[in-house]
Design a protein around this ligand. Structure first.
Ligand code: PHE
Length: 458
Protein backbone atom coordinates (compact mmCIF):
# COMPACT_ATOMS: atom_id res chain seq x y z
CA UNK A 1 0.00 0.00 0.00
CA UNK A 2 1.25 3.49 -0.77
CA UNK A 3 2.27 5.90 1.95
CA UNK A 4 -0.66 8.17 1.25
CA UNK A 5 -2.99 5.25 1.76
CA UNK A 6 -1.33 4.47 5.08
CA UNK A 7 -1.80 8.04 6.20
CA UNK A 8 -5.54 7.68 5.79
CA UNK A 9 -5.74 5.33 8.73
CA UNK A 10 -6.96 1.76 8.86
CA UNK A 11 -9.21 -0.35 10.98
CA UNK A 12 -7.13 -1.85 13.75
CA UNK A 13 -8.71 -5.29 13.79
CA UNK A 14 -11.09 -7.54 11.90
CA UNK A 15 -13.65 -7.33 14.64
CA UNK A 16 -13.27 -3.56 14.70
CA UNK A 17 -14.22 -3.34 11.05
CA UNK A 18 -17.12 -5.75 11.31
CA UNK A 19 -18.58 -3.94 14.28
CA UNK A 20 -18.04 -0.57 12.63
CA UNK A 21 -19.65 -1.63 9.36
CA UNK A 22 -22.46 -3.33 11.28
CA UNK A 23 -22.69 -0.19 13.38
CA UNK A 24 -23.18 1.84 10.25
CA UNK A 25 -25.80 -0.55 8.95
CA UNK A 26 -27.69 -1.00 12.21
CA UNK A 27 -29.37 2.31 12.87
CA UNK A 28 -32.58 4.23 12.97
CA UNK A 29 -33.46 2.35 9.80
CA UNK A 30 -33.68 -0.91 11.71
CA UNK A 31 -35.29 0.25 14.89
CA UNK A 32 -37.26 3.36 13.98
CA UNK A 33 -38.24 2.66 10.38
CA UNK A 34 -38.38 -1.11 9.88
CA UNK A 35 -41.03 -2.21 12.40
CA UNK A 36 -43.49 0.42 11.20
CA UNK A 37 -42.98 -0.52 7.58
CA UNK A 38 -43.31 -4.23 8.33
CA UNK A 39 -46.54 -3.47 10.14
CA UNK A 40 -48.10 -1.32 7.45
CA UNK A 41 -46.86 -3.32 4.47
CA UNK A 42 -48.34 -6.67 5.34
CA UNK A 43 -46.44 -8.27 8.26
CA UNK A 44 -45.07 -11.72 7.41
CA UNK A 45 -45.31 -11.32 3.64
CA UNK A 46 -43.30 -8.11 3.84
CA UNK A 47 -40.65 -9.88 5.92
CA UNK A 48 -40.22 -12.51 3.22
CA UNK A 49 -39.96 -9.95 0.43
CA UNK A 50 -37.46 -8.03 2.52
CA UNK A 51 -35.34 -11.12 3.19
CA UNK A 52 -35.26 -12.02 -0.51
CA UNK A 53 -34.20 -8.49 -1.44
CA UNK A 54 -31.43 -8.45 1.15
CA UNK A 55 -30.17 -11.89 0.13
CA UNK A 56 -30.05 -11.10 -3.58
CA UNK A 57 -29.70 -7.36 -4.03
CA UNK A 58 -28.37 -6.19 -0.66
CA UNK A 59 -25.45 -8.59 -0.40
CA UNK A 60 -24.31 -8.07 -3.97
CA UNK A 61 -24.47 -4.28 -3.88
CA UNK A 62 -22.56 -4.34 -0.59
CA UNK A 63 -19.90 -6.61 -2.07
CA UNK A 64 -19.64 -4.33 -5.11
CA UNK A 65 -19.11 -1.32 -2.85
CA UNK A 66 -16.61 -3.15 -0.63
CA UNK A 67 -14.48 -4.21 -3.58
CA UNK A 68 -14.37 -0.74 -5.16
CA UNK A 69 -13.43 0.82 -1.81
CA UNK A 70 -10.75 -1.63 -0.84
CA UNK A 71 -9.26 -1.76 -4.32
CA UNK A 72 -8.62 1.97 -4.39
CA UNK A 73 -8.28 2.94 -0.72
CA UNK A 74 -10.11 6.16 -1.50
CA UNK A 75 -13.27 8.05 -0.65
CA UNK A 76 -16.29 7.34 -2.88
CA UNK A 77 -15.49 10.00 -5.49
CA UNK A 78 -11.77 9.29 -5.61
CA UNK A 79 -12.43 5.56 -5.79
CA UNK A 80 -14.73 5.80 -8.79
CA UNK A 81 -12.40 8.26 -10.48
CA UNK A 82 -9.42 5.98 -10.06
CA UNK A 83 -11.20 3.09 -11.71
CA UNK A 84 -12.79 5.20 -14.42
CA UNK A 85 -12.55 8.97 -14.48
CA UNK A 86 -15.90 9.37 -16.22
CA UNK A 87 -17.73 7.78 -13.30
CA UNK A 88 -16.58 9.87 -10.38
CA UNK A 89 -19.96 11.62 -10.30
CA UNK A 90 -21.55 8.42 -9.00
CA UNK A 91 -19.41 8.79 -5.91
CA UNK A 92 -20.44 12.45 -5.81
CA UNK A 93 -24.11 11.47 -5.95
CA UNK A 94 -23.48 9.18 -2.98
CA UNK A 95 -21.79 11.88 -0.94
CA UNK A 96 -24.68 14.23 -1.65
CA UNK A 97 -27.24 11.60 -0.62
CA UNK A 98 -25.38 10.95 2.62
CA UNK A 99 -25.28 14.62 3.33
CA UNK A 100 -29.05 14.95 2.91
CA UNK A 101 -29.76 11.89 5.05
CA UNK A 102 -27.52 13.19 7.79
CA UNK A 103 -29.55 16.39 8.03
CA UNK A 104 -32.61 14.57 9.29
CA UNK A 105 -30.75 11.65 10.86
CA UNK A 106 -29.15 13.95 13.42
CA UNK A 107 -32.51 15.39 14.28
CA UNK A 108 -34.03 12.00 15.02
CA UNK A 109 -30.87 11.00 16.90
CA UNK A 110 -31.38 14.12 18.98
CA UNK A 111 -35.02 13.19 19.59
CA UNK A 112 -33.83 9.85 20.98
CA UNK A 113 -31.53 11.70 23.38
CA UNK A 114 -34.31 14.03 24.41
CA UNK A 115 -36.47 11.00 25.19
CA UNK A 116 -33.73 9.35 27.26
CA UNK A 117 -33.66 12.40 29.47
CA UNK A 118 -37.44 12.82 29.51
CA UNK A 119 -37.97 9.17 30.44
CA UNK A 120 -35.63 9.53 33.36
CA UNK A 121 -36.83 12.84 34.75
CA UNK A 122 -40.27 13.57 33.37
CA UNK A 123 -41.96 10.41 32.22
CA UNK A 124 -45.32 11.43 33.68
CA UNK A 125 -45.62 14.35 31.27
CA UNK A 126 -44.99 12.09 28.28
CA UNK A 127 -47.45 9.50 29.49
CA UNK A 128 -50.14 12.08 30.18
CA UNK A 129 -50.51 12.38 26.42
CA UNK A 130 -47.80 10.65 24.37
CA UNK A 131 -48.93 11.96 21.01
CA UNK A 132 -49.22 15.55 22.17
CA UNK A 133 -45.83 15.31 23.84
CA UNK A 134 -44.22 14.08 20.65
CA UNK A 135 -45.92 16.64 18.44
CA UNK A 136 -45.40 19.59 20.74
CA UNK A 137 -41.99 18.96 22.24
CA UNK A 138 -40.28 17.69 19.13
CA UNK A 139 -42.19 19.34 16.32
CA UNK A 140 -43.71 22.42 17.91
CA UNK A 141 -47.24 21.55 16.81
CA UNK A 142 -48.73 23.72 19.57
CA UNK A 143 -46.99 26.77 18.16
CA UNK A 144 -44.35 26.98 20.89
CA UNK A 145 -40.82 26.74 19.57
CA UNK A 146 -39.48 23.20 20.21
CA UNK A 147 -36.11 24.39 21.43
CA UNK A 148 -34.99 21.11 22.97
CA UNK A 149 -36.41 18.75 20.37
CA UNK A 150 -35.36 20.63 17.27
CA UNK A 151 -32.27 22.49 18.36
CA UNK A 152 -30.52 21.56 21.59
CA UNK A 153 -30.58 17.76 21.50
CA UNK A 154 -29.95 17.47 17.75
CA UNK A 155 -27.04 19.84 18.28
CA UNK A 156 -25.57 17.63 21.01
CA UNK A 157 -26.08 14.60 18.81
CA UNK A 158 -24.34 16.17 15.84
CA UNK A 159 -21.57 17.48 18.05
CA UNK A 160 -20.90 13.98 19.42
CA UNK A 161 -20.92 12.57 15.89
CA UNK A 162 -18.40 15.16 14.72
CA UNK A 163 -16.27 14.65 17.81
CA UNK A 164 -15.99 10.90 17.19
CA UNK A 165 -15.22 11.47 13.52
CA UNK A 166 -12.49 13.96 14.38
CA UNK A 167 -10.57 10.92 15.67
CA UNK A 168 -10.90 9.08 12.35
CA UNK A 169 -11.25 5.32 12.13
CA UNK A 170 -9.85 4.87 15.64
CA UNK A 171 -12.77 6.84 17.06
CA UNK A 172 -15.32 4.90 15.04
CA UNK A 173 -13.80 1.58 16.03
CA UNK A 174 -13.63 2.34 19.72
CA UNK A 175 -17.23 3.50 19.81
CA UNK A 176 -18.54 0.54 17.81
CA UNK A 177 -16.75 -2.03 19.94
CA UNK A 178 -18.40 -0.60 23.01
CA UNK A 179 -21.87 0.21 21.75
CA UNK A 180 -22.70 -2.62 19.35
CA UNK A 181 -22.51 -5.46 21.91
CA UNK A 182 -24.54 -3.35 24.34
CA UNK A 183 -27.12 -2.70 21.66
CA UNK A 184 -27.52 -6.41 20.97
CA UNK A 185 -27.98 -7.30 24.61
CA UNK A 186 -30.54 -4.56 25.15
CA UNK A 187 -32.44 -5.46 22.03
CA UNK A 188 -32.70 -9.15 22.88
CA UNK A 189 -33.81 -8.36 26.43
CA UNK A 190 -36.51 -5.99 25.19
CA UNK A 191 -37.67 -8.45 22.56
CA UNK A 192 -38.10 -11.23 25.10
CA UNK A 193 -39.99 -8.86 27.39
CA UNK A 194 -42.28 -7.80 24.60
CA UNK A 195 -43.02 -11.27 23.27
CA UNK A 196 -43.92 -12.56 26.75
CA UNK A 197 -46.49 -9.85 27.43
CA UNK A 198 -50.03 -11.16 27.76
CA UNK A 199 -51.70 -10.67 24.40
CA UNK A 200 -48.42 -10.53 22.48
CA UNK A 201 -49.38 -13.66 20.50
CA UNK A 202 -51.55 -11.70 18.11
CA UNK A 203 -48.59 -9.54 17.20
CA UNK A 204 -46.42 -12.60 16.69
CA UNK A 205 -49.10 -14.14 14.51
CA UNK A 206 -49.32 -10.97 12.48
CA UNK A 207 -45.58 -10.95 11.89
CA UNK A 208 -45.48 -14.64 11.01
CA UNK A 209 -48.61 -14.83 8.92
CA UNK A 210 -47.64 -14.78 5.28
CA UNK A 211 -50.41 -13.46 3.06
CA UNK A 212 -49.07 -12.32 -0.27
CA UNK A 213 -52.33 -10.65 -1.23
CA UNK A 214 -51.20 -7.76 0.99
CA UNK A 215 -48.14 -7.20 -1.18
CA UNK A 216 -48.40 -4.56 -3.87
CA UNK A 217 -45.94 -2.44 -5.82
CA UNK A 218 -45.61 0.04 -3.01
CA UNK A 219 -44.68 -2.71 -0.54
CA UNK A 220 -41.91 -3.99 -2.82
CA UNK A 221 -40.66 -0.48 -3.40
CA UNK A 222 -40.70 0.15 0.32
CA UNK A 223 -38.78 -3.07 0.99
CA UNK A 224 -36.09 -2.19 -1.53
CA UNK A 225 -35.61 1.39 -0.33
CA UNK A 226 -35.60 0.12 3.23
CA UNK A 227 -32.96 -2.52 2.43
CA UNK A 228 -30.60 0.04 0.90
CA UNK A 229 -31.12 2.47 3.71
CA UNK A 230 -30.73 -0.19 6.36
CA UNK A 231 -27.59 -1.73 4.86
CA UNK A 232 -26.06 1.74 4.30
CA UNK A 233 -25.87 1.16 0.57
CA UNK A 234 -26.04 3.41 -2.44
CA UNK A 235 -24.09 6.31 -1.05
CA UNK A 236 -20.52 5.15 -0.88
CA UNK A 237 -20.43 4.76 2.89
CA UNK A 238 -19.54 1.06 2.75
CA UNK A 239 -17.10 1.93 -0.02
CA UNK A 240 -15.40 4.45 2.24
CA UNK A 241 -15.29 2.03 5.19
CA UNK A 242 -13.80 -0.74 3.05
CA UNK A 243 -11.17 1.69 1.81
CA UNK A 244 -9.68 1.47 5.29
CA UNK A 245 -9.17 -2.30 4.97
CA UNK A 246 -6.16 -4.30 3.88
CA UNK A 247 -5.92 -7.34 1.62
CA UNK A 248 -5.77 -9.52 4.70
CA UNK A 249 -9.44 -8.91 5.30
CA UNK A 250 -11.97 -11.25 3.81
CA UNK A 251 -14.60 -9.16 2.03
CA UNK A 252 -16.77 -12.18 1.32
CA UNK A 253 -17.32 -13.19 4.90
CA UNK A 254 -17.52 -9.55 5.95
CA UNK A 255 -20.38 -8.99 3.53
CA UNK A 256 -22.21 -12.03 4.83
CA UNK A 257 -21.71 -11.09 8.47
CA UNK A 258 -22.69 -7.44 8.12
CA UNK A 259 -25.83 -8.24 6.10
CA UNK A 260 -26.84 -10.95 8.55
CA UNK A 261 -26.31 -8.80 11.62
CA UNK A 262 -28.21 -5.90 10.15
CA UNK A 263 -31.14 -8.06 9.11
CA UNK A 264 -31.24 -9.81 12.47
CA UNK A 265 -31.44 -6.48 14.25
CA UNK A 266 -34.27 -5.34 12.00
CA UNK A 267 -36.18 -8.57 12.65
CA UNK A 268 -35.53 -8.40 16.39
CA UNK A 269 -36.75 -4.82 16.42
CA UNK A 270 -39.89 -5.89 14.57
CA UNK A 271 -40.47 -8.68 17.07
CA UNK A 272 -39.82 -6.29 19.92
CA UNK A 273 -42.22 -3.59 18.79
CA UNK A 274 -45.13 -5.25 17.00
CA UNK A 275 -46.07 -7.78 19.72
CA UNK A 276 -45.99 -4.98 22.30
CA UNK A 277 -48.20 -2.86 20.09
CA UNK A 278 -50.73 -5.68 19.83
CA UNK A 279 -50.49 -6.57 23.52
CA UNK A 280 -51.31 -3.05 24.59
CA UNK A 281 -53.93 -2.51 21.90
CA UNK A 282 -52.40 0.79 20.85
CA UNK A 283 -53.13 1.78 17.28
CA UNK A 284 -49.76 2.32 15.66
CA UNK A 285 -49.23 5.85 14.38
CA UNK A 286 -47.71 6.48 11.02
CA UNK A 287 -44.14 7.42 10.19
CA UNK A 288 -41.91 9.19 12.65
CA UNK A 289 -44.44 9.05 15.43
CA UNK A 290 -44.16 5.28 15.58
CA UNK A 291 -40.97 5.19 17.61
CA UNK A 292 -41.96 8.06 19.86
CA UNK A 293 -45.70 8.56 20.28
CA UNK A 294 -46.87 4.98 19.73
CA UNK A 295 -44.20 3.39 21.84
CA UNK A 296 -44.79 5.75 24.73
CA UNK A 297 -48.30 4.35 24.86
CA UNK A 298 -46.84 0.86 24.91
CA UNK A 299 -44.28 1.54 27.64
CA UNK A 300 -46.96 3.22 29.70
CA UNK A 301 -49.07 0.10 29.65
CA UNK A 302 -46.48 -2.47 30.66
CA UNK A 303 -44.91 -3.15 34.06
CA UNK A 304 -41.50 -1.53 34.46
CA UNK A 305 -42.29 0.66 31.48
CA UNK A 306 -40.18 3.59 32.57
CA UNK A 307 -37.02 1.50 32.75
CA UNK A 308 -37.83 -0.36 29.56
CA UNK A 309 -38.53 2.89 27.76
CA UNK A 310 -35.28 4.42 28.95
CA UNK A 311 -33.34 1.37 27.76
CA UNK A 312 -35.14 1.53 24.44
CA UNK A 313 -34.14 5.14 23.76
CA UNK A 314 -30.56 4.40 24.74
CA UNK A 315 -30.65 1.62 22.20
CA UNK A 316 -32.05 3.95 19.57
CA UNK A 317 -29.38 6.49 20.38
CA UNK A 318 -26.54 3.95 20.16
CA UNK A 319 -27.90 2.65 16.87
CA UNK A 320 -28.17 6.18 15.51
CA UNK A 321 -24.74 7.42 16.48
CA UNK A 322 -22.85 4.44 15.07
CA UNK A 323 -24.61 5.21 11.77
CA UNK A 324 -24.41 8.99 11.73
CA UNK A 325 -20.65 8.77 12.21
CA UNK A 326 -20.36 6.54 9.14
CA UNK A 327 -22.32 8.96 6.98
CA UNK A 328 -20.32 11.93 8.18
CA UNK A 329 -17.09 10.02 7.58
CA UNK A 330 -18.17 9.53 3.94
CA UNK A 331 -18.69 13.28 3.52
CA UNK A 332 -15.52 14.27 5.34
CA UNK A 333 -13.29 11.77 3.53
CA UNK A 334 -14.55 13.37 0.31
CA UNK A 335 -13.99 16.97 1.46
CA UNK A 336 -10.50 16.22 2.76
CA UNK A 337 -9.22 14.00 -0.03
CA UNK A 338 -10.93 15.56 -3.01
CA UNK A 339 -11.33 19.16 -2.02
CA UNK A 340 -8.21 19.53 0.07
CA UNK A 341 -9.92 20.77 3.24
CA UNK A 342 -8.29 20.30 6.57
CA UNK A 343 -10.17 17.61 8.51
CA UNK A 344 -11.28 19.83 11.39
CA UNK A 345 -12.41 22.65 9.08
CA UNK A 346 -14.30 20.24 6.86
CA UNK A 347 -16.03 18.86 9.95
CA UNK A 348 -17.01 22.26 11.20
CA UNK A 349 -18.27 23.55 7.86
CA UNK A 350 -20.24 20.41 7.03
CA UNK A 351 -21.72 20.24 10.52
CA UNK A 352 -23.03 23.80 10.38
CA UNK A 353 -24.86 23.24 7.11
CA UNK A 354 -26.18 19.87 8.24
CA UNK A 355 -27.45 21.41 11.43
CA UNK A 356 -29.29 24.28 9.78
CA UNK A 357 -31.04 22.08 7.22
CA UNK A 358 -31.78 19.56 9.97
CA UNK A 359 -33.50 22.15 12.15
CA UNK A 360 -35.62 23.10 9.17
CA UNK A 361 -36.53 19.45 8.69
CA UNK A 362 -37.98 19.23 12.17
CA UNK A 363 -39.57 22.67 12.20
CA UNK A 364 -41.14 22.18 8.78
CA UNK A 365 -43.26 19.33 10.10
CA UNK A 366 -45.56 21.61 12.04
CA UNK A 367 -44.05 24.71 13.51
CA UNK A 368 -43.19 26.57 10.34
CA UNK A 369 -46.57 25.84 8.89
CA UNK A 370 -48.33 27.10 11.96
CA UNK A 371 -46.29 30.24 11.96
CA UNK A 372 -46.83 30.75 8.26
CA UNK A 373 -43.07 30.62 7.59
CA UNK A 374 -43.44 27.66 5.30
CA UNK A 375 -45.71 27.80 2.29
CA UNK A 376 -48.31 25.14 2.63
CA UNK A 377 -51.42 24.71 0.58
CA UNK A 378 -54.24 24.77 3.08
CA UNK A 379 -52.27 25.51 6.20
CA UNK A 380 -52.35 21.93 7.47
CA UNK A 381 -51.03 19.92 4.59
CA UNK A 382 -47.54 19.56 6.03
CA UNK A 383 -44.94 18.01 6.47
CA UNK A 384 -43.72 19.10 3.07
CA UNK A 385 -39.99 19.51 3.55
CA UNK A 386 -39.59 16.61 5.99
CA UNK A 387 -41.37 14.16 3.74
CA UNK A 388 -39.59 15.48 0.72
CA UNK A 389 -36.13 14.75 2.16
CA UNK A 390 -37.00 11.18 3.04
CA UNK A 391 -38.78 10.57 -0.21
CA UNK A 392 -35.87 11.97 -2.16
CA UNK A 393 -33.26 9.83 -0.42
CA UNK A 394 -35.05 6.53 0.23
CA UNK A 395 -37.04 6.28 -2.95
CA UNK A 396 -34.80 7.98 -5.43
CA UNK A 397 -31.21 8.82 -4.53
CA UNK A 398 -30.27 5.61 -2.69
CA UNK A 399 -31.67 3.31 -5.36
CA UNK A 400 -30.05 5.48 -8.04
CA UNK A 401 -26.70 5.29 -6.26
CA UNK A 402 -27.01 1.51 -5.98
CA UNK A 403 -28.13 1.25 -9.61
CA UNK A 404 -25.12 3.12 -10.95
CA UNK A 405 -22.76 1.29 -8.62
CA UNK A 406 -23.88 -2.06 -9.99
CA UNK A 407 -23.80 -0.84 -13.60
CA UNK A 408 -20.31 0.47 -12.95
CA UNK A 409 -19.03 -2.70 -11.34
CA UNK A 410 -20.93 -4.97 -13.72
CA UNK A 411 -20.10 -3.30 -16.99
CA UNK A 412 -17.37 -0.69 -16.62
CA UNK A 413 -14.86 -1.85 -14.03
CA UNK A 414 -15.94 -5.43 -14.60
CA UNK A 415 -17.11 -8.24 -12.35
CA UNK A 416 -13.85 -10.17 -12.89
CA UNK A 417 -11.90 -7.36 -11.27
CA UNK A 418 -14.44 -7.13 -8.50
CA UNK A 419 -14.23 -10.86 -7.81
CA UNK A 420 -10.43 -10.78 -7.82
CA UNK A 421 -10.52 -8.01 -5.24
CA UNK A 422 -13.14 -9.86 -3.21
CA UNK A 423 -10.89 -12.92 -2.95
CA UNK A 424 -7.84 -10.77 -2.17
CA UNK A 425 -6.30 -12.07 -5.39
CA UNK A 426 -6.85 -15.74 -4.76
CA UNK A 427 -6.34 -15.76 -1.03
CA UNK A 428 -9.96 -16.48 -0.15
CA UNK A 429 -12.46 -18.83 -1.75
CA UNK A 430 -15.57 -17.36 -3.37
CA UNK A 431 -17.75 -20.29 -4.37
CA UNK A 432 -20.69 -18.12 -5.33
CA UNK A 433 -18.65 -15.87 -7.62
CA UNK A 434 -20.59 -16.82 -10.79
CA UNK A 435 -23.87 -16.04 -9.04
CA UNK A 436 -22.48 -12.74 -7.81
CA UNK A 437 -21.34 -11.81 -11.30
CA UNK A 438 -24.71 -12.59 -12.82
CA UNK A 439 -26.63 -10.65 -10.20
CA UNK A 440 -24.43 -7.55 -10.33
CA UNK A 441 -24.42 -7.44 -14.11
CA UNK A 442 -28.00 -8.36 -14.92
CA UNK A 443 -30.38 -8.81 -12.04
CA UNK A 444 -29.43 -5.81 -9.90
CA UNK A 445 -29.60 -3.16 -12.62
CA UNK A 446 -32.88 -4.53 -13.97
CA UNK A 447 -34.54 -4.93 -10.60
CA UNK A 448 -33.32 -1.64 -9.18
CA UNK A 449 -33.99 0.22 -12.41
CA UNK A 450 -37.55 -1.12 -12.60
CA UNK A 451 -38.18 -0.16 -9.04
CA UNK A 452 -36.85 3.37 -9.51
CA UNK A 453 -39.21 3.85 -12.43
CA UNK A 454 -42.08 2.35 -10.47
CA UNK A 455 -41.23 4.71 -7.62
CA UNK A 456 -41.56 7.72 -9.86
CA UNK A 457 -44.88 6.52 -11.21
CA UNK A 458 -46.57 5.43 -7.94
N1 PHE B 1 -28.01 2.12 7.74
C1 PHE B 1 -28.37 3.18 8.61
C2 PHE B 1 -29.67 2.84 9.31
O1 PHE B 1 -30.20 1.79 9.15
C3 PHE B 1 -28.50 4.49 7.93
C4 PHE B 1 -27.42 4.77 6.95
C5 PHE B 1 -27.75 4.90 5.64
C6 PHE B 1 -26.11 4.83 7.35
C7 PHE B 1 -26.75 5.11 4.71
C8 PHE B 1 -25.11 5.05 6.45
C9 PHE B 1 -25.44 5.18 5.11
O2 PHE B 1 -30.20 3.62 10.02
Amino acid sequence: MSTSAENRGQFGSKLGFILSAAGSAVGLGNIWKFPGKAYFCGGGAFLIIYLIIVALVGTTVMMAEFTVGRKTHKNAVGAMRELNAKWSWVGGLGVLTGFIILCYYCQVGGWAMKYIVAYIVDVKTIWADPTAYFLNNLLGADGTFPLQGAVIFPFIFLFLTAYIISHGTAGIEKMSKLLMPLLFIMLIALMIRSCTLPGADDGLKYMLNVDFSTINGVAILTALGQAFFSLSLGMGVMMTYASYLSNEDNLISNTAIVCTLDTLVALFAGFMIIPAVFATGIAPGMGGGFGFATLAGVFMAIPGGQLIGTVFYFLLFFAAITSSTSILEGTIAFLVEEKGFERKKALLGASIVIFIIGVMYTLSQAYMNLKGIWISGDGISYPIFGDFLEYLTDRLLLPLGAFFTTVFVGWIWGTDNSVEEATSYGKFKFTLAPVYKFIVKILDPIAIGAIIIAGLVF
